[in-house]
Every structure is written in C-alpha cells, then in structure tokens.
Write a protein that binds this ligand. Sequence first.
Ligand SMILES: [Zn+2]
Ligand SMILES: [Zn+2]
Length: 397
Amino acid sequence: MTTPEASGYPPAPTSVLRLYRDLHAHPELSGREHRTRATVREALTGTGAHLRDCGGTGLEAVLRNGSGPVAGFRADLDALPLHEHTGLPYASTVPGVMHACGHDLHTACLTGAMQWLDEHRDAWSGTLVGIFQPAEETGAGALAMLDDGLFETTGTPDVVLGQHVTSAPLGRLLVRPGWFLSSQSSWRVTVSGVGGHASRPHLASDPLLTAVAMVARLQSVVSREVDPFRMAVLTVATFHAGTKENVIPAEAVFTVSARAYEPEVAERLRTAMLRILHGEAAAGGVDLRVEEISHLPAVYNDPAENERVAGALAGVFGAGAVAPPPDPLPASDDFSRYAERLGVPSVIWNFGVHDPALHASGEAVPRNHDARFAPHPTGAVAVGLAGALAVLRERLQ
Ligand SMILES: [Zn+2]
Ligand SMILES: [Zn+2]
C-alpha cells in the first residue's frame, strides 16, 4: 500500500483524518446536512474564520488575512441514498445513506486547509471564502448559497476553486483547461390522448404510438443535427405507459436527458428536441406537456487560472502526477453556477484516491456513486489537503 510518507507530500494531521472518518460515518442527504454543518462549524470555531449559515444547510466561512485577492473554495457536504458496502471500520452508520462521491473528503480537506491557513498566516495573504455547500447531488446547493448572500461581505471573488475525488490512483491529479464537465438538462414529457378498448383503436387517440415515435426520432438529433466533432448526448432512460394488454392508455410519460459542453450545442439539443416533440404530437393528434426537471451549465476551467492550479499541484506532487484527463468528463456539477452567476473565473480539478496497487491489479476499481467506493484510508485526505493548500497558497499572495 502506498503511503503519503513515501510519496513526497505530507501526511494529513490526525485531527483531519478523524474529521473525515466522522463525516464518513455520519452521511446526510442533500439539503439535510445539519450534523455535517455543525461538525464543520465546531472544527472551525476557534480559528479566525467568520462563520455564517448560508443557503439552507450550507456554511460560509470567511478567513481574512490582510490585503490581497479574494478566493472562494467550494466543498460539497452531501451524501447519496445508497447502502454502503465497503466493510470499512468507519463505514456509514446510517442505513441507506453513504458518502459514495467523496464529499466527506472535500469537506474534511477544506476544513483542514482553513485550520492550517489560520495557524500559518505568514504563508499567505488575502481573503479565503470557504464555501461549504449543501445539495450538490441535487444540483440545488450552489444557487441556494448564491441567493443567500454568499460573498456579500467580501465582494465578488477573484476566482472560485474546488476539487473532486475520482477513482484514479492516489496522487494522480487531473487538471484540464477549458471544458471540464458537461452541462446537464432533463425533461419530463407527458403525451396525452384518449384511452379506450384495445379492440377499438379508432375510438381512442393512442398516446403510446406517438410517444414511441418521439423516442425513436429523438435519436436522430445527435446523429443528424450536431457537428460530429462536438460532444452531445441525448438519452431517454424512462418510459411509462399502460396497465393492461387490452387497454389503450390515456397517457404516456418519458424522460429525456441531454449533455453537452458548448452552450450552443446544449441549446441545439433543446430546440431540436422540442421541435420533434411538437411535430410528432401534431402528427399524432395528441396533447403534449414538456417540463424541465433539471438544468446545470457545463464547468469551464479558466485557462490562466488553470495554469496556476496545475503549477501549484505540480510543485507538491511532481509534474508527472499532474495531467489532463484524455477528454472532458461527461459528468456534471453545480460548481458551474459560481462562474455563471458571478462572472468570475473558476477551476475545479480531480484527485485520485485509490491505492495504485488496486489499479495495477487490473481489477475493476469501484468508482464514485458505487456502494463499494472506498478511498485510501489515509492517503486520500493527505492528497486532498496538500492539493488544496498548495493551490490556495499560490493564489492567495
Ligand atoms: Zn456525485
Ligand atoms: Zn460529487
């Protein structure tokens, strides 16, 4: 097992490891992070950070240290509705809830970084805004904090930063300028007709046939309407209609999920989808209702800020450890809301948290959102803390 001591970056203090394991054992779902927030609050009490509840169950922690830039650093607080199967001694004590996306690591590392910066004030200068954000997994937390006066006491930040765990080997940092995570939009489509007996279809108005035609034709959007060099995904993953083989249903309901990097591609997916849905509804003589379920913009890493982040990380982990992922990632994160709302540059990077030996074994390594997702028990915190501190010390000068 590779230890942080053998890898050049310092081990995490026991207090941060203890905090991580405590958060891991007590996960809370999106928007219900009461204990988590109280735990962070307690850990930062006694530092010079000004603490303010923000955005429901979030916490804004402002640490001032003389003149200099203002940097926001986001750590998400929430866990997932998943029953943990890691066998870890500090596994979740809450049935059906688990920190399977590593937000406990993000939170422990930012808390630890703020404690260190509070104690080492000659190592930096400026203002750090710790953004302990609720409800990342539901896409609601960033907006909730922005709507609740985040950055009001500090003024607009110069940059917003964040890090996220990934299932790469421990000590591997994935940093990429430009598009990093995709946008994500989803809709619920309800097609309403007139139900009836299966033996007399001419007396009914069948919504099922039209809904099926819609789903089939939606597949032509990416293949026929989007530049093949542009990333675009359009998926229908749920479809519900009917209760019995001899009853024509009055309604068919399905959901559409779309992802893209460039906003113009995302808009193309949306308009093409709506055109097809309305066209097919007219052709079938049925009614149509389209409701947006979710929408998140893509995450764009500002190239200049990204270079500073990559340089700071390379200084700690070595240039060979810091590399862009081969492609932007098709996941999404409401971290994009900060840059969108504030009009400031932002950068988020990923750090690997699994023992390299696991990856070398050739076996499938459990990824984020898997009930077996188990970051390295000490190394993951060490990497997250060392990375956060390196970037903050570089940016806050
Ligand atoms: Zn997640
Ligand atoms: Zn996550």
